[in-house]
Design a protein around this ligand. Sequence first.
Ligand code: ARG
Length: 264
Amino acid sequence: MKKIIAIVLAVAMIASVAVLAGCGNSNTDANKASDKPKLTMATNAYFPPYEYYEGDNIIGIDAEVAKAIADKLGMELEIVDIEFDSIITGVQTGKYDMGMAGMTVTDERKESVDFSDSYATGIQSVIVKNDSPITSVDDILAKDATYKVGVQLSTTGDIYIGDDYEKEGKDASLITRFQTGNDAVTALVSGKVDAVIIDNEPAKSYVAANEGLKVLDTEYVVEDYAICFAKNNTELKDKVNAALKELIADGSVKKIVDKYITAK
Ligand code: ARG
């Protein structure tokens, strides 16, 4: 019995030393990390393969490109997951240093924020159920069509389909705006909407993750993705652009994109 107690005590002691050592390590790491200036990136992390959760971590093309940029600038990247709708205001008011969220460059957004050079191309696509009669955006916009469409609030998909519904004199209440692309796709699966307009790569990821859905071949709109900054923060924008240029030139960006898209 004594022997067993001795062994238990010994094991407990070793364990506590290990824990203490572990603490020491992570402390030094944390201290080291805080030496570097922070680079806060606002995103909306329900947008695979650009940003999404793997456990508690946000991974994806944007997360990795941003990390590579931060490393080049000697900064410590911090990714903050917020509603897509709040990214531009958060960046504008200086709450976050930059916004990176598969965000499309548009003239309207340019009035509020500045954009970096583009690092990727996006395509607005349509997801429907496999047995849907919808074969193109034109079907959705056809004169007598009354299809219900789901979009992510304030995305370009939302803006374009809203404009087109208005142009065609369609009932705006046929469009439902969801907080995330996930929510829009869930509504499609449960039959609450007939189609979802969303960027092509997330569309492919959602279709792969949900049975019975497909992405239509049609390209609704082709667009450029870029990082946004507050208008008075040209210093950071210029630094990020310089880093991005190098990362594009040396193939790092392509490698990241390949890891998440091409190689799949
Ligand atoms: N490209 C579209 C836009 O800029 C959708 C982006 C949505 N991004 C996201 N992380 N949820 O409006």
